[in-house]
Design a protein around this ligand. Structure first.
Ligand code: BGC
Ligand code: NOJ
Length: 825
């Protein structure tokens, strides 16, 4: 199929909550996620991707090869062969790339279907992970649409990963000798031992009697062949190969004789299981896997009825999860993002943090301390109990100094030192994550939960004490201007201001200087003001009035410091470098204005009383806003600068060097609503909304249903091109910006606020919002052309002054009416 760019590569099917891709050669792989609890998979529109149990690095079931060409290769491939002619193809197009007469991929909520037809043979595959199971189901329906009988072969294939994805990709001298499989009763078991833990295995089963099987990749493919023309498929017969070392894989060969019009359903199940070591072999000491306890599960999920029920249950699950918050606004792109895709992306980022996507290897970065706290703010209303558990896991990795590991492994829940510590914004995010949880749930019992430091047993203190240490971490680390020390970096990982070298040309130093240096961050200052105010509110809830007052005073003091040392005349400065020189200032030749402090300072309330906020936001509009979103800074750095670090290592317009780093855009949207500018907030929202950008898919290139981390900025030759889709704080923050600030349905510590700041042209909207056990049916009316605010609410017909809803009893259904009044546009 020739690549022929067109504006769209599919369309939204909102009624089914699906994105429908109508040609396989999308500009980039357009992917989806399977599973939402313990067993996960990535699946692209051509069936690419891989699966893992809990941890994409340590428990990888199937292999994925990085830096591959084509990008999207390696996955859950099925081959169909016409045994009368020898013609064969892959219904997912990849990897054979044989022409398909029809093709349609539907990415839904935790499932994907790929349907296609060639030469009168239709194949439709559904991929999903049933709730509560550690397995994935592939349900294949093959239909003979010819008017003659068809003799077909169907081959499945997965390549197993030897569990530790890092080791699997590098340690060949060992791994070529360790692979072990077993085939029993038509089920392929992958039982390669994994060094220190020797208790788990994978199974790959098929509902039909087998004509053959393969478990050795290079036998199945044939020497010097790739996945586009496996020898077994080409000759129409499996080799019944048994892997001893090399590259274990799983392939079933099924023969299908179909009458005209006949459809056959074949189910494949790929799963993960554990046996206690002592019970792993049967009899003990043999090499024969004990699979007694997985047989019933396998048999159950190979039955079409179980599959149908499991798939229906998944649909009902998502209906329940999303049903708690639905909106009907004048803007379709807003509705489908809020009601479906943005909420879904929040679930995925909550589950994956920054570990596994087509842009994150699943190896390098586990759960980020900063990232996961932020993911919570968009997810907490969906399953608050899981947010609670996550908060406790994150907090348990905190140090007693208040400092944090930058990330931890999902399987072990232990801090991982790969990237180290000393990102001085990290601790404050814990306060903001916990505040979001409390605002949603009102569950203050979490504050009394005993949580250790660095997972050391015996070191437990109440979670609330962790929050105090988080705040103190900043207060104890102030620099020459009284602003927070940046440490290794703040939110902007690439602003490495303590990485300096006195001798030009010498490598920068990363040890002492990286964390102990004197560079300061205005961003952390704004974040500190926000967090101190949040913690004050939490202290009030605990009846700690004096402590609350002290936090408010600290916020006030830092506000003064920012105004004095962090204001550049037209906007907030970004930082001071190691030598005390401003960064993000008119004094600089490049990097004069950064987006992050304009957003975060205003979020903290800095500049709201004295007009600085409005001026800063106008500067953003003038200097940073582009039609594709707001760039991170301007002018872009044209060359590497050792005193600024990684930020200047990117070519102009990409990533932190003046890319449109989407994560930061919602901070500006929120700030705009705080100064009452609904039109600008919503305009910014639409610039990066992927559903809006669907119309320019040939420019945007990433999936039109989820936010990317980055869109190339105006300095880039590819301005408007997105990268790094799915795993980004953009998901949570945009959800917060549109729902809590623009639509104004905002959980607070004491209840739900209804305070929309809408675009002038709108004439209101409706919403259903579950909150603390009650359901609110909200109607906001606004004469088109008016830009005002809501001043009072009608709650079940009764007038309530202000915009804070009284908390209704659990189970209640409450009708809320709000009218926006105020000046005309
Ligand atoms: C990227 C950042 C990312 C960091 C993670 C950098 O190269 O530019 O966006 O957060 O790596 O370590
Ligand atoms: C992506 C990282 O995941 C996030 O933690 C960071 O804040 C941004 N990059 C900006 O550097």
């Amino acid at each position: 199929m020739m690549r022929r760019y067109q504006v769209r590569f599919g369309h939204f099917d909102d009624a089914r909550r699906e994105y429908v891709i109508d040609r396989p050669d999308t500009p980039l792989p357009w992917i989806n996620y399977l599973g939402s609890e313990a067993y996960f998979g990535l699946v692209s529109n051509t069936a690419g991707g891989y699966s893992f149990y809990r941890d994409a690095r340590l428990r990888r079931l199937t292999r994925y090869r990085y830096n591959n060409a084509p990008f999207d290769l390696g996955g859950r491939y099925l081959y169909v062969r016409d045994d009368a002619t020898g013609d064969y193809w892959t219904p997912s197009w990849q990897p054979t790339q044989r022409d398909l007469d029809e093709y349609e991929c539907r990415h839904g909520l935790s499932y994907t279907t790929i349907a296609s037809a060639r030469g009168g043979i239709r194949a439709e595959t559904l991929f999903f992970v049933p709730l509560g199971e550690t397995l994935e189901v592939w349900r294949v329906r093959v239909t003979n649409e010819r008017d003659t009988a068809a003799d077909l072969s169907l081959f499945s294939s997965v390549e197993f990963c030897l569990w530790d994805a890092q080791d699997d990709a590098t340690n060949f001298q060992r791994n070529f000798s360790t692979g072990q499989v077993e085939v029993a009763d038509g089920v392929i078991y992958h039982k390669t031992e994994y060094r220190e833990r020797r208790d788990h295995f994978a199974y790959f089963a098929c509902s039909e009697p087998l004509a053959g099987f393969d478990t050795q990749r290079d036998t199945f493919l044939g020497a010097y062949r790739g996945w586009d023309r496996p020898a077994a498929v080409e000759r129409g017969a499996a080799f019944d190969s048994v892997a001893h070392g090399w590259a274990p894989m799983g392939s079933h060969h099924v023969k299908l004789a179909l009458e005209p019009g006949e459809t056959r359903e074949v189910v494949f199940v790929l799963g993960y299981a554990e046996n206690p070591r002592a019970e792993k072999f049967d009899p003990p000491g043999s090499q024969t896997l004990n699979k007694r306890h997985v047989r019933p599960t396998i048999e159950r999920w190979l039955r079409p009825e179980t599959v149908a029920e499991g798939f229906a249950a998944l649909g009902a699950h998502w209906e329940r999860l999303l049903g708690g918050f639905q909106v009907a606004t004048p803007d379709t792109d807003t509705d489908r993002m809020v009601n479906i895709w943005n909420a879904y992306q929040c679930m995925v980022t909550f589950n994956m943090s920054r570990s596994a996507s087509f842009y994150e290897s699943g190896i390098g970065r586990g759960m980020g301390f900063r990232d996961s706290n932020q993911d919570l703010v968009g997810f907490v209303h969906i399953i608050p109990e899981r947010a609670r558990e996550r908060i406790l896991d994150i907090a348990a990795t905190q140090m007693d100094t208040g400092g944090a590991y930058h990330q931890y492994q999902p399987l072990t829940k232990r801090g991982n030192n790969d990237i180290g510590q000393g990102f001085n914004d990290d601790p404050l995010w814990l306060i903001l994550g916990v505040a979001a949880y409390l605002k949603e749930t009102g569950d203050t019992s979490i504050l009394d939960e005993p949580v250790p430091f660095d997972n050391v047993p015996g070191s437990e203190v109440p979670l609330y004490e962790h929050l105090r240490r988080s705040l103190n971490y900043t207060r104890e680390r102030l620099g020459p201007h009284g602003l927070p020390l940046i440490g290794r970096a703040d939110w902007n990982d690439c602003l490495n201001l303590n990485c300096f070298s006195d001798t030009p040309g010498e490598p920068f130093q990363t040890t002492e200087n990286a964390t102990g240096g004197s560079a300061e961050s205005v961003f952390i200052a704004g974040q500190f003001v926000l967090a101190a105010k949040e913690l004050a509110g939490i202290a009030d809830l605990r009846g700690l009035g004096d402590e609350a007052a002290e936090y408010r005073a600290a916020a006030e003091k830092m506000t003064g410091t920012v105004t004095e040392h962090g204001w550049d005349g037209g906007w907030f400065r970004r930082a001071y470098d190691f030598h005390g020189r401003p960064v993000g200032s008119g004094e600089n030749d490049e990097g004069q204005i950064f987006i992050e402090p304009q957003g975060m300072c205003v979020l903290g309330g800095v500049g709201l009383d004295d007009g600085l906020a409005v001026r800063a936001l106008d500067s953003v509009a003038e200097r940073l806003a582009t039609p594709h979103g707001i760039v991170l800074q301007q002018p872009a750095y044209s060359d590497y600068r050792i005193e600024l670090g990684e930020i200047s290592s990117y070519p102009p317009g990409y990533k932190e060097n003046a890319g449109i780093f989407c994560h930061t855009n919602p901070w500006i949207m929120i700030a705009e609503t705080m100064v009452g500018n609904g039109d600008r907030a919503f305009d910014y929202y639409r610039r990066i909304n992927p559903s809006v950008r669907e119309a320019i898919s040939e420019v945007h290139r990433c999936e039109p249903y989820v936010y990317p981390q980055m869109i190339a900025g105006r300095d880039a030759p590819t301005h408007g091109e997105a990268k790094n889709s799915w795993l980004t704080g953009t998901a949570a923050w945009n959800f917060v910006a549109i729902t809590q600030w623009i639509l104004g349905i905002r959980p607070e510590l004491t209840g739900l606020r209804i305070d929309p700041v809408l675009p002038a042209a709108w004439s209101g909207f409706r919403a259903t919002r579950a909150y603390r056990g009650a359901t609110y049916e909200i109607t906001v009316q606004k004469p088109a052309g008016v830009t005002g605010r809501v001043t009072h609410l009608l709650v079940d017909g009764e007038r309530v002054d202000g915009t804070l809803l009284p908390v209704a009893p659990a189970g209640a259904v409450v009708r809320v009416e709000a009218v926006v009044t105020g000046p005309a546009d």
